[in-house]
Design a protein around this ligand. Structure first.
Ligand SMILES: [Zn+2]
Length: 223
């Protein structure tokens, strides 16, 4: 099974990916982490990526797909894996299918309305010292606007300001609607309501996965 996670900023996509990884034993591939670790390890592709980044260029698909390919051909990825942050467009989606064509696929969108995203992110405050993220609504610090760990005064990051959030949402919709349409046509698109606490959202994802994994085993047996 290849699980492709989609979700707007603030949807908790990364956290849900980690929970799926833990419960189902499917490793998560976050392209950001992948890129950083290949650069750090100084692999051939890592070096190419670093050269581009140092020139201020984007890392092209060939490099990223190459890194994903090296990763998913390892034995611990044989049962499947979770994709976070890739694909972002149809060409990338197709390249992912090309390097691992037999794999069953599920694209899961953790859906949040624009207003819910705005409410969540604009309530976010970050500690400039230890970078802990708080939320004034559902994860406030003990003392008002003061970090529990290092007592520094919390700040609103530029990324979490309403005008920037609106911009990030616009980019998200532009990219994601095309992918949702693509995966809907393939009949592998699933939508999960992301409005709720982490545990509630994860329960919904779990029951979806339990159902789909059971179904794919049935298919396996009848083959
Ligand atoms: Zn702190």
């Amino acid at each position: 099974m290849r699980i492709i996670l989609l979700g707007p900023p603030g949807s908790g996509k990364g956290t849900q990916g980690n929970l799926i990884e833990k419960k189902y034993g499917l490793p998560k591939i976050s392209t950001g982490d992948l890129l950083r670790s290949e650069v750090r390890e100084g692999t051939q592709l890592g070096k190419e990526a670093e050269t581009r980044m140092n020139r201020g260029e984007l890392v092209d698909d060939d490099i990223v797909v190459g890194m994903i390919k090296n990763r998913i051909y390892k034995p611990e990825y044989q049962r499947g894996y979770i994709m976070d942050g890739f694909p972002r467009n149809i060409v990338q989606a197709q390249r992912l299918e090309e390097i691992d064509p037999e794999r069953r696929e599920m694209a899961i969108e953790i859906y949040l309305s624009d207003q819910a995203v705005l409410d969540r992110l604009s309530a976010r405050r970050t500690c400039p010292g230890c970078e802990t993220i708080y939320n004034l609504k559902n994860k406030p610090p003990k003392k008002e606007l003061i970090c529990d760990a290092c007592e520094k005064r919390l700040v609103l990051r530029d990324d979490d300001k309403p005008e920037v959030i609106k911009d990030r949402m616009r980019v998200y919709h532009e990219q994601t609607e095309i992918l949702i349409d693509y995966y809907s046509r393939k009949k592998v698109y699933f939508k999960i309501d992301g409005d709720g606490i982490i545990e509630t959202v994860f329960e919904k994802i779990s029951s979806l996965l339990d159902r789909e994994l059971a179904r794919s085993q049935e298919v396996e047996i009848t083959k």
